[in-house]
Design a protein around this ligand. Sequence first.
Ligand code: ATP
Length: 248
Amino acid sequence: VQAETLLEVNNIEVIYNHVILVLKGVSLTVPKGGIIALLGGNGAGKTTTLKAISNLLRSERGEVTKGSVKYRGQNVHESDPAELVRQGVIQVMEGRHCFEHLTVEENLLTGAYTRSDGKANVAADLEMVYSYFPRLKERRKSQAGYTSGGEQQMVAMGRALMSRPETVLLDEPSMGLAPQLVEQIFEIVKSINEKEGVTFLLAEQNTNMALKYAHYGYILESGRIVMDGPAAELRENPDVKEFYLGMS
Ligand code: ATP
């Protein structure tokens, strides 16, 4: 059976500052329950694509000038980011962005701000987050600014989970982390996907690792999708091997 489509990006073009054309017609589809990788080198347009989906471009003087973004068939182009969170779509930004002066646990609780289903459910989800990230439980009273890069990545992901998302847009979880930690983060993504049914759209430069965990991948080059396919096929593709695998 074909999985239901959650997110559909259709031929979007993004321009920064009215003149710089960065996305030149990007299309992609994210099915429910999938882990979909958006791959490509530095500056290819991965972050821009995620921000176009979650409507975070405006503060950067960027805009979608063509094409459409649909979530569950609804145009989300004009929704504000908080409305999207209520619809189940949340972005984990590149570079983590914790509230440095709050504790780990306080950071996680800020992720529940759009919810109105009561303290007991939020408390249960905090335990759910700690079950995936036991390290965060150990450090729950520490100020987030003093935790390691890997722990801050976990805080950012845990905070996103606290909104009970249907879809997480995850921007470069591997950035700046040691290989072993990267693997650990991807293992956690996989188990959240399998056990909680959370769908992931994952932007990554680490092609190797992303294709090991994703079901399907899109490769972005200078603002265009140049190749896409099931992850297993991309891993075996000679061009992907030559240009992307072994790169990171
Ligand atoms: P990275 O991994 O380096 O973040 P990326 O694939 O995510 O790369 P983007 O961050 O989407 O790439 O950037 C795509 C292009 O858009 C780059 O050439 C970048 O310089 C440009 N760009 C990004 N943000 C802006 C902005 N606010 N104003 C102008 N140009 C921008």
